[in-house]
Design a protein around this ligand. Structure first.
Ligand code: SAH
Ligand code: SF4
Length: 349
């Protein structure tokens, strides 16, 4: 069966006209409106019963169900989200003074194989469809009392399970659907996409004319050190990656955000200097992240040795002296399988 949330309003109109004879034109709009509230077909009270039955025969109305919720001491809420084929992904809700940010998944698993990340251990099971990504947002918005008219979710980060640019078409469609004026109508400026650095896709994304923020998981400043922890560094070197990032910046003028795990090997003074060199010409911000528990031990991969507290604060000072804007990210929800991929894995065991 098809997921109804995979359809834009135009596509829904076209499909319904094929399925249903002499349907009034306004019906598709009514149904589309309900979909942004994440209403089930049974909850679509102004739709005639007969039509609701027909919809049930053709479409899935709840592509994502909340299977489990964990609430951290710091208020972060983590959700295990079940898809209609039984696969599961994760979503995280973070409440800030300015609104609610939700971190959603783009794939079940991931085939990028970064050595510090739990999501990639079993490889990629499958891509999520655009409607499933929409379902993640809408299910959580509804769960916390939001509707289309009264949105509780204000910001979205594509930073859960999976590599968004490895599921390019569905992710771009999702961004268009969630920001559709007739739909949930969330501004693209409030959406961030995080990638491990697929340079050719970054260039393609730049040409889409979207207003989203690009976040790059950098994690190292030389090809040699990056290859020790990220397989993707074998496919694209830093020169190619930064060429693509600069193209994105030139096209969009959006500030670039870098994610940077604080490791012993990547927090030297030379690293700070190289960051400045690599980022010449960009407007950017560094997000420093204390490393969360990893699937591989330091004995297995010495490159994963975390930076000491002193080393990371010296690194921050070095960046500051070079005029680089940097903050250390709060480790949210570390008591509830905080790192990406951990909850999903524990649910499978
Ligand atoms: N695939 C995308 C987005 C999902 S991963 C990407 O790699 O950017 C989201 C973020 O979590 C990335 O910045 C990733 O590097 C980081 N991450 C993964 N495992 C981590 C760990 N054990 N500790 C800290 N950050 C981790
Ligand atoms: Fe995939 Fe991102 Fe995890 Fe790397 S960090 S394995 S790209 S989800």
């Amino acid at each position: 069966m098809k997921i109804i949330h995979d359809l834009s309003l135009t596509e829904l109109k076209r499909e319904l006209e094929e399925i249903i004879e002499k349907m009034p034109r306004f019906r598709a709009g009514q149904i589309f409106n309900w979909m942004s509230d994440y209403a089930t077909f049974d909850e679509m009270t102004n739709i005639p019963n007969e039509l609701r039955q027909t919809l049930k025969e053709h479409y899935i109305d709840e592509p994502v169900k909340i299977a489990k919720e964990l609430i951290s001491k710091d208020g972060t809420r983590k959700f295990l989200l079940e898809l209609s084929d039984g696969n599961a992904v994760e979503g995280v809700l973070m409440e800030y003074k300015y609104g609610n940010t939700i971190c959603i998944s783009t794939q079940c698993g991931c085939r990028m194989g970064c050595s510090f990340c739990a999501t990639g251990i079993d490889g990629l099971a499958r891509n999520l469809t655009a409607g499933e990504m929409l379902g993640e947002v809408l299910a959580i918005n509804k769960h916390i009392g939001g509707t289309k008219a009264d949105r509780k979710i204000t910001n979205i980060v594509l930073m859960g399970c999976g590599e968004p640019l490895d599921n390019y078409d569905n992710v771009v469609k999702f961004i268009k659907l969630i920001s559709d004026k007739e739909g949930f109508n969330l501004s693209q400026r409030n959406i961030s996409l995080s990638t491990c650095g697929l340079a050719d896709k970054i260039k393609k994304l730049a040409d889409e004319d979207l207003g989203i923020t690009l976040t790059i998981s950098l994690h190292a400043t030389t090809d040699e050190s990056r290859k020790k922890i990220m397989k993707v560094a074998n496919a694209y070197n830093l020169k190619e990656l930064f060429f693509a990032i600069k193209y994105y910046f030139e096209k969009t003028k959006r500030r670039i955000v870098f994610e940077y795990i604080e490791l012993d090997m990547n927090t030297n003074k030379d690293d700070a200097i190289r960051i400045k060199e690599l980022c010449k010409g960009l407007s950017y911000h560094m997000n420093l992240i204390p490393i969360n528990s990893t699937p591989h031990s330091v004995e297995e991969n010495p490159a994963l040795k975390p930076a000491s507290k002193q080393k990371s604060s010296e690194f921050w000072e070095n960046l500051k002296e070079l005029g680089i804007s940097a903050t250390t990210r709060r480790t949210l929800g570390s008591d509830i399988s905080g790192a990406c991929g951990q909850l999903r894995r524990s649910s499978k065991n």
